[in-house]
Design a protein around this ligand. Structure first.
Ligand SMILES: Nc1ncnc2c1ncn2[C@@H]1O[C@H](COP(=O)(O)OP(=O)(O)O)[C@@H](O)[C@H]1O
Ligand SMILES: [Mg+2]
Length: 383
């Protein structure tokens, strides 16, 4: 859709202060990023040791409750805000080390940024708004800029409005113009903070289709959204809760929960690591916790009275166990232990929180019951 026209070569603008260790095999790489805001009321940590890696070509939806830190997170990537500590490496540039002057040029050439409230300059015409990033970064010859801007407006169906002021067109149209502007310098990465937050659902869906077209063109997109239906159309969701990214395997295991429930669960979770072969719980023990595997694999073992043991199943990251004991038996109907090869990391949820979730979410209840049914088959593990 946006392809084949005045593409620039994919290499990004390098900077002279690229020190050792500032490179990454990821297009976007946040390492142990902390952001603490200082205000009269005291200090507030909006991002807590966040790690996030994004590969070229991914379409990542960033979701989370209001105030969870989504904007702070993507402002670290765009360099709009700086981390208190940690590293932000985008397209092999250490964004956290750039000076203000370097930052503006780097951002203008490498990122397309789209906001909820469009932020077009009100005194410039639509086409002048789209030309602005090319003028600012001195990209393309002046004669080509207007032609290119018109071409971009064509891609978002806005050529008829090219010489109008932003105030003369609708919100959905302004957002289309903002997308054309974001693409002015053909950036490899597009960052959007609730780009559909101010649009009705039909307009939002058509704007979202433009983003999907960009992915087909090879762009990488990070998009904050409140809209779960839109988030599902991305290739991956990153969930932010209280300034932390929810473990992807916890999110996968509890995919039926909404963002509020997932935020609450992530506050309750305790992480534990077990050495290779270590037992997590024994058959016959009282059941008190629910487990989600976040790293490694476990094996489910049945002990027969004659002393024989049979391994009946293996579970991996993103799968849960311990639900049978909590829902049905009160005692564990099998032993669960780390496989002999690798250590296992589990997210542990207390039984009270587990029962609360099962009681309030029909989707989770159905899924748990379905899993229990499957695992109750005589040839499969019972826990
Ligand atoms: N400049 C600032 N000074 C102080 N606190 C801030 C500042 N910016 C954001 N915060 C706080 O950081 C938290 C995360 O904000 P934000 O990233 O905007 O959340 P979201 O985009 O998920 O709604 C909020 O509690 C917010 O009040
Ligand atoms: Mg925000």
């Amino acid at each position: 859709m946006f392809g084949g026209w005045l593409k620039r070569s994919p290499q990004t603008v390098s900077t002279s202060n690229n020190a050792k260790g500032d490179t990454s095999s990821y297009l976007i790489d946040l390492r142990d990023v902390v952001k603490t805001y200082q205000s009269a009321a005291g200090s507030f940590t909006a991002l807590k040791n966040v790690d996030l890696q994004v590969n070229a070509g991914e379409f990542v939806a960033v979701i989370g409750k209001s105030g969870s830190g989504k904007s702070t997170l993507i402002n670290m990537i765009s360099g709009i805000d700086r981390p208190t500590s940690g590293e932000v490496i985008v397209a092999n540039t250490p964004v956290h080390r750039l000076s203000e002057g370097q930052m503006a040029i780097w951002r203008g050439r490498n990122l397309g940024i789209i906001f909820q409230f469009f932020q077009l300059l009100p005194t410039l015409s639509v086409i002048e708004n789209v030309m602005l990033p090319m003028d600012f970064c001195n990209m393309y010859t002046p004669r080509v800029r207007r032609e290119r801007a018109m071409h971009l407006l064509e891609q978002v169906d806005m050529t008829e409005n090219a010489y109008k002021l932003p105030s003369a067109i609708s919100g959905g149209q302004q957002q289309r113009v903002a997308i054309a502007r974001a693409l002015a310098n053909d950036p490899p990465i597009v960052i959007a903070d609730e780009p559909t937050g101010n649009l009705d659902s039909r307009t939002a869906s058509s704007v979202f289709r433009l983003f999907e077209g960009l992915i087909d063109e090879g762009k990488t997109i990070l998009m904050v959204t409140h809209d779960n239906d839109l988030a599902r159309r991305a290739t991956r969701s990153v969930i932010v809760a209280d300034g932390e990214i929810v473990n992807q395997y916890v999110a996968q295991a509890l995919a039926k929960l909404n963002v509020d429930q997932l935020t609450r669960v992530s506050r309750q979770i305790e992480t534990r690591t077990f050495a290779p072969g270590a037992t997590i719980f024994h058959q016959g023990e009282l059941a008190d916790n629910f487990f989600i595997i976040t790293r490694g694999e476990v094996e489910i073992v049945l002990h027969h009275p004659d002393g024989q043991e049979i391994i009946v199943d293996r579970l991996k990251s993103g799968q849960f166990f311990g639900e049978v004991g909590l829902v049905q038996n009160r005692t564990r109907t099998a032993t669960v232990r780390a496989t002999p090869e690798t250590e296992v990391e589990v997210a542990i949820l207390d039984q009270n929180e587990f029962h609360m979730l099962v009681n309030e979410s029909e989707l989770i209840r159905n899924e748990i019951n379905q899993t229990i049914k499957e695992r109750a088959r005589p040839d499969v593990a019972r826990m």
